[in-house]
Design a protein around this ligand. Structure first.
Ligand code: ASP
Length: 351
């Protein structure tokens, strides 16, 4: 007879016949010690993964590894590399049931946000993961991160772009790196976890984006001239005036609290107004980890509202920036870009 305190360890897994592509872009997870500090080491990850017996457990999905060249610290990942990752997913899309992207943590939230927009019609899991401690070291968090990411990708439960890290599955375009040294490096402060990994992998089906079961359309990004300005006490806005030309297509303004900016000296408005007249799309996000922008709630934000800035609501800077890349790359007219910036395309903001 079963005892009350007897636990069931759910080892039987519905994902064992699924095929997952692991796309290795670089990052701490596969780095090794070098004379100049930790650096990516080409052609060695397959052997490391082969030595992890759980990755060959009969309940694991089948997986194969695709390694990028060069392997990169994610500080060096930007538009070209996002396109390369997106293209790899698109090329392999019909051959695999899901994708695990091994990526450095520093810019993982930007890359996951970018992929969420460029993979239109995505109907399969794309799970970004990495680690804070390389696999070659004691106590590496990479082992569990890869195992759980493969199980999540194989389960097919979250068919969107996600970040998995240290027990939590997050929507990619809601995630942000919250710690440079804690193993729980990512959070999605304005959106619930899509799953939590305890003894079971517990999914929150109500939080998961409905799969877009259309054909996949990969939309690469162009090199769009856009920027981020973080407002700070004492900011001399006139120093930024020279960049507010018609060359600058979009700006994400990281404001205080609910969308507030200093109004001292009357300096700000002429500059923001100049941006507006030059046709630059100004999107207002908050420096707060949690909460939403509410333009017009305070006199210090009403001015932004009046000149037609976009209310970025509870979007992360990572999501707002990559969404600007996406919409400009589609070649949409300005008014349509503004309209789409303020509504949810892939669950990146709460309307
Ligand atoms: N600098 C590394 C990177 O982002 C850090 C990491 O992977 O954790 O590639």
């Amino acid at each position: 007879m079963k005892q009350d305190n007897e636990k069931n360890f759910p080892c039987t897994n519905p994902c064992k016949n699924r095929k997952i592509a692991i796309i290795y872009t670089g990052g701490t997870i596969g780095m090794e010690r070098s004379e100049n500090g930790y650096a990516p080491s080409p052609n060695s990850l397959q052997q490391t993964l082969d030595s992890i017996s759980d990755l060959h457990h009969p309940d694991m999905p089948e997986w194969s590894l695709l390694e990028f060249s060069p392997l990169l610290d994610s500080s060096n990942i930007a538009v070209n590399e996002w396109n390369k990752i997106g293209q790899a997913v698109a090329n392999l899309y019909d051959l695999y049931d899901g994708f695990v992207i091994l990526h450095g943590t520093d810019t993982m939230a930007y890359s996951a946000s970018a992929l969420s927009f460029m993979l239109e019609g995505l109907g399969k899991p794309v799970i970004f993961t990495g680690s804070q401690i390389p696999l070659c070291e004691l106590r590496s968090d990479g082992r569990d991160n890869i195992i759980n990411s493969l199980l999540i990708a194989g389960s097919g439960r979250a068919r969107e772009v996600c970040v998995y890290f240290n027990g939590v599955l997050l929507r990619g375009n809601r995630s942000t790196k919250q710690s440079s040294d804690h193993l729980l490096a990512f959070e999605s402060p304005n959106y619930p976890h899509l799953a939590d990994a305890g003894i079971d992998l517990q999914y929150r089906d109500d939080a998961i984006h409905p799969a877009q079961d259309g054909p996949l359309h990969f939309k690469p990004f162009a090199q769009v001239p856009i920027g981020v300005i973080k407002v700070f006490p004492g900011i001399q806005f006139e120093l930024f005036e020279s960049i507010m030309t018609d060359k600058l297509k979009g700006v994400v303004l990281e404001t205080f609290g609910a969308g507030n900016i200093p109004s001292y000296g009357g300096n700000l408005l002429p500059i923001i107004e100049k941006a507006y007249r030059s046709g630059t799309i100004v999107t207002v996000c908050s420096q707060c980890m949690q909460g939403t922008v509410s333009l017009g709630a305070y006199a210090t934000s009403k001015a932004l509202h009046d000149i037609g800035a976009v209310n970025g609501r509870d979007m992360t800077t990572e999501a707002a920036l990559t969404k600007l890349y996406y919409l400009f790359s589609l070649g949409l007219p300005k008014e349509e870009i503004k309209e789409q910036m303020s509504r949810s395309l892939r669950g990146e903001l709460s309307e």
